[in-house]
Design a binder for this molecule. Structure first.
Ligand SMILES: [Zn+2]
Length: 154
C-alpha cells in the first residue's frame, strides 16, 4: 500500500509526478493534470511475466552437469565405457560431457538422469523465481527514496 505524499490517502497505485522540480508519489486524484513520470502499482506485474516465462522456456541443463554425472557414475561404480554402452553413446562423447566440454543433448540428458538417478536440469520456474527476487529491488529502492524524502522534509 502506498501513501499519497500530498493528501496522505492510501492507494494501491501511485503516480510519480514532478512539482517544482521535486518528485512526489501521489494518488490518482492528486496526479490528475500533472505530468506523470511513472506509475507504481502494487498489483504484481511480475506474476504475469513469470507465468509467461514458465510457459515458453524449457528446462535448462545445470551448470555443473559434468561434475554431477561423474560423481553419480563414481558413486555407482560404473566405468565410463560401461555407461556409454548402457546409454548407447560413444565413450568419447561421455568424456566430453563429463569434462564439461560438451552440453549433453536433450535425449542424452534424459538418459543420464534415468540411468544415474540424478537431476541435470533446473526448472525454468526456479529461474523465474530468482528473477522475481531481482525485480523486487526497484520497489525497495523507491520506498527508500520516499523515506529519505520524508526525512528531508522534516
Ligand atoms: Zn492524493
Amino acid at each position: 500500500m502506498y501513501e499519497c505524499e500530498i493528501c496522505g490517502k492510501k492507494a494501491d497505485t501511485v503516480y510519480r509526478i514532478m512539482i517544482d522540480s521535486a518528485e512526489m508519489l501521489v494518488c490518482r486524484s492528486c496526479a490528475s493534470g500533472k505530468k506523470v513520470l511513472q506509475e507504481l502499482s502494487e498489483s504484481k506485474p511480475a506474476q504475469a511475466t513469470r507465468e509467461k516465462k514458465r510457459a515458453d522456456s524449457a528446462d535448462e541443463v545445470i551448470a555443473d552437469y559434468g561434475g554431477e554425472i561423474r560423481k553419480a557414475r563414481e558413486r555407482m561404480n560404473i566405468p565410463i565405457n560401461v555407461l556409454a554402452e548402457m546409454l548407447n553413446e560413444k565413450e568419447s562423447t561421455l568424456h566430453r560431457v563429463e569434462s564439461g566440454k560438451m552440453l549433453p543433448s536433450i535425449g542424452l540428458t534424459a538418459k543420464l538422469e534415468k540411468e544415474l538417478g540424478i537431476k541435470l536440469t533446473s526448472k525454468a520456474d526456479e529461474k523465474a523465481n530468482a528473477e522475481m527476487h531481482g525485480k523486487e529491488e526497484p520497489i525497495t529502492l523507491g520506498d527508500a527514496a520516499v523515506q529519505k524524502k520524508k526525512e528531508n522534509g522534516r
